[in-house]
Ligand binder design. Structure first.
Ligand code: NAD
Length: 493
């Protein structure tokens, strides 16, 4: 496929890594094909860099750090705002690139560009507010306080389900704080990351501040984790890989931020209109074809409205159009690759073999090899893979519960703790659930919960740290305490 012919600006399509302001080839001849998951067509090839090229990226970032941190916060803000403007101006091309490499419907890709860009604007401004403190002194004739300083080079390792926003949510925070970044995007979706680099260059972000390295995932990650000059690692991806990277960062005692798996419960109270809750649950489950860390994976419905809820859920689900995300009127694109389809089929088979009822989901209707039709299963039980694993597929499992305490115990019965949804209008129930749910984010009567002003992140094995909000930039800042002594008589000391 001639991908550049699909774009108004073909220079946004790059098949090279971006290091120190230069587009580079791999020097060992290794490369990887990138596929359109909807058609199976090869979209292009990306080079795999050799270890010495990864080290060169660290050298470049190290050199750039000196100048980037020395800029005033308002100067960094101007560059980031220029980047934001370019993301907006090239929104359509960025969305097309994303749909082609990731598969999500074009309107969703446009939404992700908007969402991703919003973090650049947010952190451009937040960089101007990294205030230190004045500390009332307990030491005679001394002035005490803190300064906020950039932590240093940040390595950012990101997944394929949100190929643009998972980069900007980290990179904009790090760069606003004064840190250069080395981004390692997922091999399935490198083109969004490379387009971001092209636009960063046009925005006047200096060479070495925003780098994109490509390569064999375990090899590149290991090099970045072992590198003492890399001071922070921010990773979004699976809990399995997150654990591995946390271990690999131990030797150099890095600052580590992890945004990991989800497995969100979606709790519907007995007072709720079952139709309203079912429609919301369909959105919360099937966005990004279920390949979403916020996907409503375990739907818990009060027994008094369970049957009605299931009827409405099935009705709404049947209205979803599955197809190539580049076509209009498509609600759900393909899964990322054939292995994901195989895993989804295995999870459904496992549930049925353990007693679940398949209400809807006929895979013979799938429009292509990488597609998986939305599935609704009732009679979900805790011994099923669908309960125990993050399915990352459009498979909805519904379980009935008897009272709030049971709903809480079921919802918390997971290693994950990213997000939970609660649907009820009973204020006492809302408060009880809000306090008892062991999740980093609880959304009540709303599917939409994310955006730049909120602290996004999980507890338990869903991660460490928060992205976005007024604390997101702290992941890239050190606190330096100072004591200015022997000042003579200092008023107020
Ligand atoms: P993944 O863990 O397989 O890959 C993520 C990144 O790690 C990619 O860049 C990949 O190339 C790299 N990687 C893969 N194997 C590696 C290895 N052995 N060593 C080092 N690096 C390796 O995750 P994925 O399949 O790309 O993304 C899906 C996961 O991401 C899901 O678990 C989802 O819940 C999670 N996710 C979480 C959030 C969040 O904010 N909490 C957001 C989006 C996705």
């Amino acid at each position: 496929m001639n991908l550049s012919s699909k774009l108004s600006d073909p220079r946004l399509y790059r098949q090279h890594a971006y290091v120190d302001g230069k587009w580079i080839h791999g020097e060992g001849g290794r490369e990887e094909a990138v596929f359109d998951p909807a058609t199976g067509d090869a979209l292009g090839y990306i080079p795999w860099l050799e270890p010495h090229q990864i080290r060169a990226a660290v050298d470049a970032a190290d050199a750039a750090f000196v100048h980037w941190r020395a800029l005033r916060a308002d100067e960094r803000c101007e560059r980031l705002l220029a980047w934001y403007d370019l993301l907006q101006a090239n929104r359509e091309d960025l969305a097309i690139l994303m749909t082609l490499e990731q598969g999500k419907p074009l309107p969703d890709a446009r939404g992700e560009v908007e969402y991703g860009a919003s973090f650049v604007r947010w952190f451009a401004e937040e960089g101007k507010r990294t205030f230190g403190e004045t500390i009332p002194s307990h030491i005679p004739n001394a002035a005490l306080g803190t300064l906020k300083e950039p932590v240093g080079i940040a390595a950012l390792i990101t997944p394929w389900n949100f190929p643009l926003a998972m980069i900007t949510r980290k990179a904009a925070a790090a760069m606003a704080a004064g840190c250069p970044v080395i981004v390692k995007p997922a091999g399935e979706t490198p083109f969004s990351a490379l387009a971001l680099a092209e636009l960063a260059e046009r925005a006047g972000i200096p060479a070495g501040v925003f780098n994109v390295v490509l390569g064999e995932p375990a090899e590149v990650s290991q090099l970045l984790c072992a590198e003492p000059r890399v001071k922070a690692l921010s990773f979004t991806g699976s809990t399995r890989v997150g654990r591995l990277l946390l271990e690999q960062c131990a030797n150099t005692v890095k600052r580590v931020s992890l945004e990991l798996g989800g497995d969100a419960p979606f709790i519907v109270g007995p007072d709720m209109d079952p139709r309203e809750a079912a429609f919301a649950a369909v959105t919360a489950k099937f966005q990004t074809s279920g390949q979403d860390c916020l996907a409503a994976d375990r739907i818990l419905v009060h027994e008094s409205i369970h049957d009605e809820f299931v009827v409405h859920f099935a009705e709404r689900m049947a209205a979803l159009t599955v197809g190539n995300g580049m076509e209009s009127e498509v609600d759900m694109g393909p899964l990322i690759h054939a292995q994901a389809v195989g895993k989804a089929a295995g999870i459904v088979d496992d549930a049925i073999s353990k007693g679940a009822t398949l209400v809807a989901g006929d895979q013979s209707q799938a429009p292509g090899e990488n597609f998986f039709m939305p599935v609704l299963l009732t009679g979900l039980t805790r011994d099923m893979r669908l309960w125990q694993e993050e399915s990352f597929a459009p498979i909805a499992g519904v379980m009935a519960y008897a009272d709030d305490d049971e709903a809480i115990a079921l919802a918390n019965d997971t290693q994950y703790g990213l997000a939970a949804y609660v649907y009820t209008h009973d204020i006492r129930r809302i408060w009880k659930l809000l306090r008892a749910l062991e999740f980093g984010m609880v959304s009540v009567n709303s599917v939409k919960m994310t955006g730049p002003p909120v602290p996004f992140g999980g507890v338990k094995q869903s991660g460490l740290g928060r992205e976005g909000g007024i604390t997101g930039i702290d992941e890239y800042l050190e606190t330096k305490y100072y004591c200015l002594g022997a000042l003579g008589s200092v008023s107020g000391s």
